[in-house]
Ligand binder design. Structure first.
Ligand code: UT7
Length: 329
């Protein structure tokens, strides 16, 4: 990637809905307790969208902030990518709804489905388009309303998820900065470990699919955990190799926020001290595609990166998929 036009992040924004659902709220809904949730996952609370908020509404708030921080308006965008597994509806895409709301007239707009890895997939896609010269300024958003696909009678999953959106503007940056490498991948054979079975062309929505809870997230937590620990290690090592760097070059590690134990195992593998790792899973839980951008944007807002710092992002999720990137801030 080194001889190509340098492309990086030129604006950031995030949004989480106001309502907070705490572990003690969940204790009143299912047979669980704060001690189990905190010790097994690190999660203390999560934000939940209001009944009248859809994914595009969360994405819109994050996008406005990202545009403002880049000193741009919607009309400066020529590409919009929304990574999500909870689009407002099957179609039109959530990206098209945003394109209209942001006044990004004529911009290309599409959704990208790679679950919790979606934001990194989106960054790689936008970067490639911009490096090729096809587009100049892209809005890449990870946004999800997982509360809409969570079964709040299933303690195995309902404690894990939250809602939110994180957005970045991707564009040309000064020489030496920007994205240095991506490592994207998938293991489709593991798709059934983490899925929503109903509502697609295989199993269209019916009274029976609703009755059988086929529109909610199903997850084999233990197997996904093993996959996560494995690929967080392999993907980070591979992306650093592609960038011609090693773990000692990493200034800030921004992992997918699913479970603090998965983050800790990656930290150990990379031998990273706590101050180089962004953790906010205790506040937001797992927000799927929004997880990495929420962590990245929050770290930027807290002044945790300075120009020239090396930021390593890595995510994993349904598909099964993974995505890692090395970005010089
Ligand atoms: O971004 C998408 C990717 N998803 C993930 O990254 C999730 C990956 N998986 C995980 O994070 C963990 O596997 C979980 C947090 C989901 C589960 O933790 P675990 O340590 O793997 O627990 P477990 O599934 O082995 O369950 C242990 C026990 C079980 O009881 P028995 O069978 O041992 O009697 C569960 O029924 O904990 C029970 N349990 C709960 N107890 C209280 C499961 N959920 C709960 C709960 N409260 N909410």
């Amino acid at each position: 990637m080194n001889n190509l036009r340098p492309v990086g992040v030129i604006g950031t924004g995030k949004y989480v809905p106001e309502k907070i659902l705490t572990n003690s709220d969940l204790e009143k809904m299912v047979d669980t307790n704060d001690e189990w949730i905190v010790s097994r996952t690190g999660i203390k609370e999560r934000h939940i969208a209001a009944p009248d908020q859809a994914t595009s509404d969360l994405a819109y708030e994050a996008a406005l902030k990202a545009l403002e921080s880049a000193g741009m308006t919607g009309s400066d965008l020529d590409l919009i990518i929304v990574a999500t597994i909870t689009p407002d509806s099957a179609f039109p895409s959530t990206a098209c709804i945003l394109q209209d709301k942001l006044g990004a007239k004529g911009a290309a707009a599409f959704d990208l489905s790679a679950a919790c890895s979606g934001f990194v997939y989106g960054l790689a896609t936008a970067t490639s388009f911009i490096q090729s010269g096809m587009y100049n300024n892209a809005l890449v958003i990870g946004a999800d309303c997982l509360s809409r696909i969570t079964d709040y009678t299933d303690r195995n999953t309902c404690v894990l998820f939250g809602d939110g959106a994180g957005a970045v503007i991707v564009g040309e940056v000064p020489e030496g900065r920007g994205f240095k490498a991506f490592d994207l991948g998938a293991e489709g054979a593991g798709g059934s470990l983490l899925q929503i079975e109903g509502g697609g062309s295989r199993l269209p929505a019916s009274a029976e699919t609703v009755e059988n809870k086929k529109h909610y997230i199903y997850m084999n937590g233990r197997e996904v955990f093993k996959f996560a620990v494995r690929v967080m290690g392999t993907a980070t090592i591979e992306v650093l190799r592609k960038a011609g760097m090693d773990r000692s070059d990493v200034d800030l590690f921004v992992p997918h926020q699913a479970n603090v134990r998965i983050i800790q195992s990656a930290m150990q593998r990379l031998e990273l001290p706590e101050e180089k790792v962004v953790v906010n899973v205790h506040k937001y839980a797992n927000t799927s595609a929004a997880s990495i951008p929420l962590a990245l944007v929050e770290a930027a807002e807290e002044g945790r990166m300075k120009a020239g710092d090396t930021v390593l992002m890595v995510g994993f999720g349904g598909g099964l998929t993974w995505g890692a990137s090395v970005l010089v801030w």
